[in-house]
Design a protein around this ligand. Sequence first.
Ligand SMILES: Nc1nc2c(ncn2[C@@H]2O[C@H](COP(=O)(O)OP(=O)(O)OP(=O)(O)O)[C@@H](O)[C@H]2O)c(=O)[nH]1
Ligand SMILES: [Mg+2]
Length: 217
Amino acid sequence: MPFSPAEIEAGRKLFAADWQFVAAAGTLERLPPMRGVEIAFAGRSNVGKSSLINALTSRKALARTSHTPGRTQELIFFAAAKPSDPKPLFLVDMPGYGYAQAAKDKVADWTALIHAYLSGRANLARVYVLIDARHGLKDTDEAVLETLGVAAVSYQVVLTKADQVKPAALEQTIAATAATLSKRAAAFPEIIATSARTGTGLPELRAAIARLMKERS
Ligand SMILES: Nc1nc2c(ncn2[C@@H]2O[C@H](COP(=O)(O)OP(=O)(O)OP(=O)(O)O)[C@@H](O)[C@H]2O)c(=O)[nH]1
Ligand SMILES: [Mg+2]
């Protein structure tokens, strides 16, 4: 899905807005009303979800990040401050899954919340499933892909921390991940490799989201 210069520019513009915190929900009951278009960022704990949202929106600390896993503990909703927009775009930062060190009941609560949100949100237009470029797909990722597939929610895999691997290894991980995804109908076949640190892949990811918004308008 190569992007035209016009699409790259549309992505840049979409994300040049003034992004703001809107809501946080630690339980399903506290979710904000369904409105506009939501795009969620899911992935294992510490994969770089919050960092990617900050990089996409060019905000250093919009989403809270940490080098220790388990930083994001609620579903966090962000929106561009454009009050007149009839179909606003919301970015949703999710708690991480697969965090072995956290208390068992907390992990169970987060996992239940993640799966319930991902399978029951009518205005969830796409999920970006983040995978660490150093590690590739894990079993806990497959469980999330399964949930998304059953719920027929379209999703795309984004590799994170691409700055931490050599180009040849990155190509290998992309190929192996694409092979696994080819069996999954709800998965986008293309994989975007990103780095929140260097900015690799960010213009393409912004353009992909702008394309989705255009399709939805
Ligand atoms: N080298 C490198 N480090 C990154 C990148 N993105 C995130 N990190 C680091 O990875 C760690 C975790 O980042 P977060 O953005 O907090 O990860 P998260 O997925 O939101 O984690 P939880 O909220 O705990 O699930 C931090 O130390 C970041 O600095 C990247 O592109 N490159
Ligand atoms: Mg986080």
